[in-house]
Design a protein around this ligand. Sequence first.
Ligand code: FES
Length: 240
Amino acid sequence: MTVLLVARAVTHHGGHDAIHRLAAQVSATTGVPTQACFLDGAEPSLHTALDETADHAEVLLVPAHLPPDRYLDTWIRRAVAHWRATRDRHPTISVSQPLATQPSLVTAVAEATTGGHTLLDGNPGPFRSPAWSQITRHRRQVLICRGPRCTAYGANQVATALNERLAKNGLGDDDVLVTATGCLFPCNLGPLVVVHPDDTWYENVDPNLAIRIVDEHLRDGSPVDGHRPRNADSSGVRSD
Ligand code: FES
């Protein structure tokens, strides 16, 4: 049997080496050939790893959503510091080593390889569809920053209010494509909502403003409170 630890890379910063080291440690501990591969964002891909083991008698996939994330490690500390600074009372807060670097993970993977297995010999759904070749024809795209600071300032509530109001107005993906983003940089102005192609940046958005953005800008076409594109001159014409 060969074991493939399958991880993701798109949503994780760094950590690829760690998942490879984990695979090597599992191999050394169990004697079972074990290697790491990635569902997305890094090589070797799952396809590549399966290609390389195509002539093996048995391959066991072990989902491994645990690469350590330096961004997470850093931002946990910053978020806790912000939380502590903005609350009157708080407990003692500590942080452990990331789960992905715990030595006991090797034992956990070893146990997964010897526990119950589910044979993958069916077809749970199509891998390709004609619909997935079509670029959406939305009229506007809305970026909602879900970065750590905007999240601390209430971006989750903004996103909920905005999405619920879009649904209430019957505005679907063809009208408004909503995209959650990471940090858009002017964090101090968060929560941020950006409407394109109008290049309109809404600052300090709360659920009430999110509802107005939907009703006035996205449904009726008039930016809230006369918001203009970032680089527009006084006549409302963009200067670039
Ligand atoms: S976290 Fe939203 S702009 Fe930085």
